[in-house]
Design a binder for this molecule. Structure first.
Ligand code: CP
Ligand code: NVA
Length: 305
């Protein structure tokens, strides 16, 4: 049987997600189990990471397993060893690979050549572990994920794409406010809209004015304006994204019970003010904490006992 990988949110069937979230909630309270006993998770980080790396390391430990971290610069990966070879070799030692990298094609190559599950720890196109955590955090607060209005403010990046995928799968109402030229991936958008049309529920809109996205929203979400790999565009992006900062005035348009999410790291004063990020509507810290428990539930899903 092919290993169960997790490269995008669709790799866990829509009917399976409630069980994954239920298990996450149990693990949040219980913390430890033995479901990964004797197993080692390889964490291949070709980009920087704090939350993804540490949450998966601690997740492996709390489930009775082990982890090993590989950065590009400290291993043969950085000297050009092909993905095909790295995937095959890690499959000889480890039981799953969490990979953070650039192109989605690279996680797909790892998946093709590995004989163990591969988990997408962020690519330029998707960030499924984070958006799974966002959904879990919403569910904790509202006891539901559908029937709410979601706003995305800022870049149409990997996070936005995975949110669109979630909206397609779960029939969510999502409005994204992105500056012209920074729209989300057109194929992911078309696929998600098609899924919603077939299911007859949910809507996904891309608008230019953040106020049109935030008005009446229950969940307001954002991310940095320049993602990893786009550092040289930071100055240009600061100009393009002026007016896309989530501040108290913008939040005044949201639903009274609204929450603010941010996957972190944040740039206070750019995509979000310090007042909002550190304020009462922000669940960013709970959300960051939840990464650990979602990581455990995902590892259990790809490595069933
Ligand atoms: N949110 C997130 O993925 O954080 P890291 O880049 O620190 O892993
Ligand atoms: N969009 C950001 C997310 C960081 C967790 C990036 O790719 O850098």
């Amino acid at each position: 049987m092919a290993p169960r990988s997790f490269l995008t949110l669709h790799d866990i069937d829509v009917d399976q997600w409630p069980a994954v979230f239920d298990r996450t909630a149990i693990l949040r309270v219980q913390r430890h189990d033995k479901t990964l006993a004797g197993k080692t998770i390889a964490l291949v980080m070709e980009k920087a990471s704090t939350r993804t790396r540490v949450s998966f390391e601690v997740a492996a430990y709390e489930l009775g397993g082990n982890s090993t971290h590989l950065s590009a610069s400290g291993t043969q990966i950085g000297r050009g060893e092909p993905a095909e070879d790295t995937a095959r070799v890690l499959s000889e030692y480890c039981h799953a690979i969490v990979l953070r990298t650039f192109g989605q094609d690279r996680v797909e190559t790892f998946q093709r050549w590995a004989t163990i599950p591969v988990v997408n720890g962020l690519t330029d196109l998707h960030h499924p572990c984070q958006v799974a955590t966002d959904l879990f955090t919403v569910r904790e607060r509202f006891d539901q994920i559908d029937g709410l209005r979601y706003a995305w403010i800022g870049d149409g990046n990997n996070m936005a794409n995975s949110w669109i995928e979630a909206a397609g799968m779960f029939g969510l109402d999502l409005v994204l406010a992105c500056p012209a030229g920074y729209d989300p991936d057109a194929t992911i958008l078309a696929t998600a809209r098609g899924e919603q049309a077939r299911a007859g529920r949910g809507s996904i809109e891309v608008v230019r004015d953040p106020r049109d996205a935030v008005r009446g929203a229950h969940v307001v979400n954002t991310d940095v304006w320049a993602s990893m790999g786009q550092e040289e565009e930071a100055a240009k992006r600061r100009v393009a994204f002026a007016g896309y900062c989530i501040d108290d005035k913008l939040m005044g348009l949201a639903d009274q019970a609204s929450i603010v999410l941010h996957c972190l790291p944040a740039h206070r004063g750019e995509e979000i003010t310090g007042d909002v990020l550190d304020g009462p509507r922000s669940l960013a810290w709970r959300q960051a904490g939840n990464r650990l428990h979602v990581a455990k539930a995902i590892l259990e899903y790809v490595l069933p006992s």
